[in-house]
Design a protein around this ligand. Structure first.
Ligand SMILES: Cc1cc2nc3c(=O)[nH]c(=O)nc-3n(C[C@H](O)[C@H](O)[C@H](O)COP(=O)(O)OP(=O)(O)OC[C@H]3O[C@@H](n4cnc5c(N)ncnc54)[C@H](O)[C@@H]3O)c2cc1C
Ligand code: SF4
Ligand code: SF4
Length: 422
């Protein structure tokens, strides 16, 4: 057994950098790594076979815990504008799904669902690779292939638990069929990194779509939420985090009852109460810089209020970053698949997403803090995080750096070695 290769692989999880995307299982093979629910409740890579140094090196170059890059330079055109916070963009608009049912079912305004349906209806792709609620673990998401518009509608709504959409990407690429990928920004980063090794990625992935992502929730806090709602975890059959309105109810189901709670009962009243995995706290790209289109909410300040969440039909902000994304957005609007309300600016995005702006400024010094404590420092490129950090005052920079150092020293970033949960 190559213990040093195994130890190096485990460090990604032990140092709190794993985002749970699943791609390392596909790279190493399911006989070597299984990305499954681990003892701490997260999906983590459990080593079950012998790893070699080359495989682990390849994983380090592809894993979004260790490498995150912005939009590939070949996608930047003379018309591309690059906002220092929001990155490359061609057009930013407020929009929602043209079909009222899709708008209702979707997480925000159903735009990602509507675009995916349009791609299938227009026969631009054979299927959509994305995430759906898991039957096995009702609080999790799991990777799903949609071949019809009805399939896509079934996946609407954000999943705030772990999900590993890239767990068998090798098999999906081996189908040789064109497809669209919808994944969180870290999932997009992983698949873009794989493209450096595997030509099939750029040949077959025709569209890259992402929700703007502030992080998912620590699974133990999700379980605590279910218990607080007076439902035993073993009785839980479904947890729908949002959708059916914007954000819609957070719906807990058992065989005997359905409980509708408020989105703010789940997340808390504002961003300061979000219980996120450590990887999400240091995320250098929650805004989907490497996607063709990133879609977000449009609540000023980043959260709904209890009052506004009652009757909001849902309006997305959509950032078209590439010419492929812009063409898709405009063709979908022409066909009535989405309605574009009006165009907006990066400054509007910052008003909707102050937490994303704050994290973008803080990410570089948080990463420096990791280096100070001899932790793995994620490699980043084309995300402007050091340029943004330079705009902060020296005391703010120290605060971010020291904050990370003290988290590491107090063990808050440390996770157990991945081991299958029984
Ligand atoms: C973890 C997470 C964090 C988020 N944080 C923010 C935020 O900081 N700011 C903000 O504005 N919005 C955030 N969102 C919500 C996001 O705004 C909406 O998902 C986005 O606006 C798209 O809305 P929609 O109505 O078009 O989505 P829908 O039409 O409902 O489509 C959602 C799509 O996302 C996929 N999906 C759902 N959950 C996951 C998941 N966990 N991993 C991978 N793919 C998934 C589904 O398969 C589906 O294709 C977050 C979503 C998630 C999943
Ligand atoms: S982020 Fe993805 S590739 Fe990296 S260790 Fe976790 S599951 Fe594996
Ligand atoms: S915040 Fe970053 S690391 Fe966390 S789920 Fe979102 S994109 Fe992935």
């Amino acid at each position: 057994m190559n213990q040093s290769a195994n130890n190096r692989m485990n460090k990604i999880s032990e140092q709190g950098l794993c985002a749970g995307c699943g791609i390392c299982q596909s790279i190493a093979g399911p006989d070597k790594i299984k990305v499954v629910k681990s003892v701490n409740g997260y999906e983590r890579p459990v080593i079950i076979g012998d790893l070699d140094n080359d495989t682990v090196e390849k994983i380090f170059n592809i894993c979004p815990g260790t490498r995150i890059e912005g939009l590939p330079t070949k996608e930047i055109t003379p018309a591309t504008r690059i906002d220092k916070v929001w990155g490359p963009w061609l057009r930013i608009s407020r929009a929602w799904a043209g079909d009222p049912k899709t708008r209702f079912e979707g997480s925000t305004g159903g735009v990602l669902t509507a675009l995916a349906q349009f791609l299938l209806k227009d026969q631009r792709v054979d299927f959509i690779l994305h995430t759906k609620a898991s039957f096995k673990e009702p609080t999790f998401g799991e990777r799903y292939l949609s071949f019809s518009e009805a399939d896509v509608l079934d996946t609407g709504g954000s999943r705030y638990g772990p999900s590993a959409p890239l767990i068998d990407i090798d098999k999906i690429l081996a189908r040789g069929q064109p497809f669209a990928f919808i994944g969180k920004p870290c999932d997009i980063a992983a698949l873009r990194n794989l493209a450096h090794y595997d030509d099939r990625v750029n040949k077959l992935v025709k569209y890259w779509l992402t929700p703007v992502c502030g992080g998912f929730m620590n699974p133990s806090s999700i379980d605590a939420f279910v218990l607080r709602s007076e439902v035993k975890l073993e009785n839980l059959t479904s947890l729908r985090y949002r959708g059916q309105g914007c954000p819609g109810p957070t719906r807990i189901e058992t065989a005997d009852e359905v409980k509708d709670l408020n989105y703010l009962d789940f997340w808390g009243e504002d961003a300061s109460s979000w219980d996120l995995p450590f990887r999400c706290k240091i995320c250098p790209d929650g805004i989907g810089e490497a996607a063709d289109i990133a879609a977000s909410d449009t609540w000023i300040g980043g959260s709904p209020t209890r009052e506004s969440s009652k009757n909001d039909p849902g309006t997305n902000a959509i950032v078209a970053r590439t010419s492929v994304g812009l063409e898709l957005m405009e063709a979908a609007a022409k066909a009535g698949a989405i309605n574009i309300e009006y165009d907006i600016t990066p400054e509007d995005m910052s008003a909707y997403q102050p937490h994303q702006m704050r994290k973008k400024y803080a990410a570089h010094d948080r990463h420096q803090g990791l280096g100070d404590e001899d932790q793995i420092v994620p490699i980043t490129d084309r995300l402007r995080i050091s340029v943004l950090a330079d705009e902060l005052s020296e005391s703010d920079r120290q605060y971010q750096r020291e904050g990370t150092r003290s988290r590491v020293r107090s063990g808050k970033t440390t996770e157990p070695t991945p081991k299958e949960f029984e």
